[in-house]
Design a protein around this ligand. Structure first.
Ligand SMILES: Cc1cc2nc3c(=O)[nH]c(=O)nc-3n(C[C@H](O)[C@H](O)[C@H](O)COP(=O)(O)OP(=O)(O)OC[C@H]3O[C@@H](n4cnc5c(N)ncnc54)[C@H](O)[C@@H]3O)c2cc1C
Length: 453
């Protein structure tokens, strides 16, 4: 009987476990988590913070799921790994030997970069317990300062403001989420932020947190300005949790380098989700995706191949990384990001380089070739941006207009030949949404024709 050990009870770990159980009915499957919950939706912690759902509602797998699938879920931290002799040491002193291991430990927030950052009240936002503790803090707090440009920072600002706490939102650059949004898209979100009464400050960074007898009382900015507050939320990026691999002969860049089977350079060690750096066919580079759907797809592929390896067979499933996809609600505005829409030649996006915010992909930082062109249109609170390369859509970003999200995702993912439309798309102006809808109809008709001979 084989023993599969999965470190991580998130989207990647649990997706792998489901596939392993389907393919190996007799196996022992152990899942480790250093959080005291069955699997929950990690993006869902934002909805807990803003009061839209109670914590129980983001639980994605009930205890009965683990029983039915005979998954031995243990709430204990892995503290050591010997990838050569194939065992893991746990914080409770247990040593667990394994046949095949999955590292699916996720990612954690980058620590605050300013001085005096150890004060109580300076928080990051990674876990359900972080949302719970923050809700308690918000009951007593009068003002909060949030720093960061990405999705977690926006969700922190929105959630804390919803709890009735006066909220200041600091941006290092001159627009929101510069790695993803252009100036016009940032303006649309900015309008909503102001509408919610949040104080938005551009070109501001914290120099130090201020305390009075050890208690957080505010922040001093690099500009010299001071803001009084009892909470400082820091969401300036995340890094994969790779501490267990210290000293192990595992190939790592920003994440664990895995091949198309999710296998690392050590055949019995796989990685998936936020920890894995996966080959991307569009940019022809190994990329990190800090994205929920990527974690699920990678976990499934890893699970499939772990069974092959455990039974002495070569891994049989080639995983092809899809184009990055994120659908999120930013201050009430629906946003969908598909494929490649940003370019690291964009000067405003550069200050963020070097780390990834949650809901992001490394793919977004790859430089564009000279053959890439974009078209963009905005109508009130809606906007649409598409990026084309040699007759194919390679990316799209939509605010509002959600009926176009699935068509655009299909056109990008399937690299549909749109050469005949490229010129029209790039010059469509305000008719761009209608043109995309029209193209989608034509593509659908062609697909029907092909299906029915
Ligand atoms: C606030 C927020 C908003 C987000 N928004 C989006 C979004 O809009 N769109 C999107 O696609 N993605 C979003 N994400 C990112 C998404 O949640 C992650 O990409 C996804 O959860 C990654 O899954 P994973 O399985 O790799 O890791 P995780 O879900 O992080 O799971 C890691 C697991 O490893 C366990 N673990 C870690 N270290 C150890 C150890 N040493 N021993 C034992 N167990 C350990 C943890 O307990 C946990 O169970 C968001 C995340 C957050 C926090």
């Amino acid at each position: 009987m084989k023993h599969y050990l999965l470190i991580g009870n998130g989207a990647a770990g649990v997706s792998a476990a489901e596939v392993i159980r389907k393919r190996d009915a007799a196996a022992t499957i152990t899942i480790l988590s250093d959080e005291p919950y069955p699997m929950y939706s990690r993006p869902g912690i934002a909805y807990v913070l803003n009061g839209q759902v109670p914590p129980e509602q983001i639980i994605a797998r009930r205890p009965s799921f683990y029983q039915q699938h005979r998954l031995d879920l243990r709430f204990v931290r892995a503290v050591g790994l010997d990838a050569t002799r194939q065992y893991v040491d746990l914080a409770d002193g247990t040593r667990l030997p394994y046949d095949v291991l999955l590292l699916a430990t996720g990612a954690s927030a980058t620590p605050p970069p300013f001085t005096n950052s150890q004060l109580d009240g300076i928080i990051t936002f990674d876990k359900l317990d972080d949302a719970r503790q923050l809700l308690t803090r918000c009951r007593r707090a009068r003002a909060a300062v949030i720093v960061g440009g990405g999705i977690t920072a926006m969700e922190l600002a929105e959630g804390i403001a919803h709890q009735g706490v006066k909220t200041h939102f600091l941006q290092r650059g001159g627009r929101l989420w510069p790695r993803l949004l252009n100036q016009n898209e940032s303006d649309i979100i900015e309008r909503q932020i102001k509408h919610e009464g949040i104080h938005l400050h551009y070109h501001q960074e914290i120099e130090t947190a201020l305390d009075k007898r050890g208690k957080l009382v505010g922040v001093k900015l690099k500009s010299g300005q001071q803001i009084a507050c009892d909470i400082v939320g820091v969401a300036i990026g995340v890094k994969p949790n790779l501490g267990l691999l210290k000293g192990a002969p595992v190939q790592i860049q920003q994440g664990v380098l895995v091949g198309p089977t999710m296998q690392s350079n050590i055949p019995t060690l796989f990685a998936a989700g936020d920890t894995a750096q996966v080959y991307d066919r569009w940019t022809q580079a190994h990329c990190l995706d800090v994205l929920w759907p990527s974690a699920i797809a990678e976990g499934r592929a890893a699970g499939h191949n772990m069974v092959d390896v455990a039974h002495g067979r070569p891994p049989s499933r080639q995983y092809e990384k899809g184009s990055p996809f994120n659908a999120a609600l930013l201050f009430g505005v629906h946003m969908t990001a598909i494929g490649r829409i940003s370019d690291n030649q964009d000067k405003e996006a550069l200050p963020e380089a070097g780390y990834l915010s949650r809901g992001s992909s490394h793919v977004w930082t790859a430089p564009f070739a000279a053959t890439v062109h974009s078209a963009w249109d905005r109508q009130g609170p809606h906007s649409i941006r598409v990026t084309m390369d040699r007759g194919r859509l390679i990316g799209a970003l939509i605010l509002g207009y959600q009926e176009l999200a699935d068509p655009l995702r299909y056109l990008v993912e399937h690299e549909v030949d749109l050469a005949a439309y490229q010129q029209n798309i790039l010059t469509a102006g305000p008719t761009l949404p209608q043109l995309i809808a029209h193209i989608w109809k034509q593509v659908g008709q062609n697909m029907d024709r092909e299906k029915h001979g």
